[in-house]
Design a protein around this ligand. Structure first.
Ligand SMILES: NC(=O)c1ccc[n+]([C@@H]2O[C@H](COP(=O)([O-])OP(=O)(O)OC[C@H]3O[C@@H](n4cnc5c(N)ncnc54)[C@H](O)[C@@H]3O)[C@@H](O)[C@H]2O)c1
Length: 365
């Protein structure tokens, strides 16, 4: 993956907007408002090209990832996605499911490196099911391999048997380990490789290949090994001890949802999926939340933190990313939270208003 420093700052960038389904368009609208304020406040410009994905795309064209969406992404620096899916499409055949749009965009753009930062904030400790003393100082980055393993391997099923093949190549492990190594160098220089090397051959290959990459190419990074069952336990008993957690597709999916509970709500967690050229798909970790869609209750912070990741990783707009994160943290300190966190909470629009006000004021402060 290209080093962040290699990507120079440009004043104008192209972003594809993918609102999607359910609360996707609501949190996407928040993101657009915040991006407008960033343009005005910092003198930068974003050319936003809105396209279809998921259920909305199926309704419009019968295809969860239409060719126009792929073509727009090819020309862009990044894509910003709300969420896809919902009960309306649950009975659809396998090739007409909204989630397929997401799997296909990951494969189409080789988005092999999924980043999920898990950072607790003192103003939100009360909302986590874990004890406060375990939450202090939690700042970990889960690096999940996203385009291989059992999600993409050969699959078949009959009435009595089924198989999902988990296959990894040396090259696939090397590239995501390099990405994790670069990230660790910008953090505390520690990687925990999570696997099941006592049982699985793919894990043994991961361990051999990843260890060699770190030893040979990142001598300033220390790698430790942990079985996935132990990692699941330690994420709850001593989460603050982790720096970068590197793992394969399925383990990463499960561990990152578990780790999301440290922060207090699914509505607070951003993610980035990157390829070698630093094109990225940025999206909240949560889904389309059909139970609250259209009611103004969606928590927009996961989406706004995903915007901050996009500014940093794909646009190299570091000042703007830091300013947005700072404004979000100020809002948390002031208790500006949606109803998933407090019963008398603010609406999606009200939270967005407050973040925008603080951002606009940040230029003069
Ligand atoms: N990346 C994606 O687009 C993505 C990810 C996961 C699930 N999905 C899809 O979303 C649909 C619903 O799935 P689900 O219910 O399992 O997961 P979900 O994340 O949509 O919702 C789980 C629970 O969290 C709440 N929640 C989620 N995001 C929230 C937010 N921003 N603010 C406040 N509350 C929020 C919901 O109201 C719900 O109670 C399904 O069709 C699923 O396939 C999409």
């Amino acid at each position: 993956m290209k080093d962040n420093a290699e990507k120079s700052r440009r004043k104008t960038c192209q972003v594809v907007g993918l609102p999607g389904d359910g609360i996707g368009p609501e949190v996407y609208t928040s993101a657009c408002r915040v991006l407008s304020v960033i343009e005005e406040t910092f003198g930068v410009s974003i050319e936003l090209d809105e396209q279809l994905i998921g259920g909305a795309a199926i309704d419009a064209s019968g295809d969860p990832l239409p060719p126009a969406t792929i073509a727009a992404c090819r020309k862009a620096d990044a894509a910003l996605l709300g969420a896809v899916g919902g009960p309306k499409w649950d009975g659809n055949p396998a090739d007409q499911r909204p989630e397929l749009g997401l799997l296909r965009i990951r494969a189409e753009f080789n988005l092999f490196c999924n980043l999920r930062p898990i950072v607790t904030h003192p103003a939100l400790h009360d909302f986590s099911p874990l004890k406060k003393d375990r939450l202090e100082g939690v700042d970990l980055m889960i690096v999940r391999e996203l385009t291989s393993g059992s999600y993409f391997g050969k699959k078949w099923r009959n009435d009595d048997e089924a198989e999902d093949v988990c296959r990894y190549t040396r090259a696939e492990i090397e590239r995501v380990t390099r990405a994790a190594g670069q990230i660790a160098q910008q953090r505390d220089h520690r990687i925990t490789l999570v696997d099941k090397a006592n049982v699985l051959e793919t894990s043994r290959l991961w361990r051999a290949v990843a260890t060699a990459v770190i030893e040979n190419e990142f001598p300033d990074v220390k790698m430790e090994h942990m079985y996935v069952d132990a990692a699941a336990m330690h994420l709850l008993t001593r989460p603050a001890d982790f720096d970068v957690m590197l793992t394969e597709n399925l383990f990463g999916d499960i561990l990152s949802d578990e780790a999301s509970m440290l922060c207090g709500s699914l509505g607070l967690l951003p993610s980035a999926s990157l390829n070698d050229e630093r094109f990225g798909l940025y999206e909240p970790v949560h889904g389309s939340a059909p139970d609250i869609a259209g009611q103004g209750k969606a928590n927009p912070y996961a989406m706004l933190l995903s915007v901050a990741m996009m500014l940093r990783h794909s646009l190299a707009w570091h000042v703007e990313a830091r300013a947005l994160e700072r404004c979000i943290h100020v809002c948390w300190n002031e208790g500006i939270l949606t109803r998933d966190l407090r019963s008398d909470g603010y609406s999606t629009v009200e939270v967005t208003d407050r973040v925008c006000e603080k951002l606009a004021a940040s230029a003069t402060s």
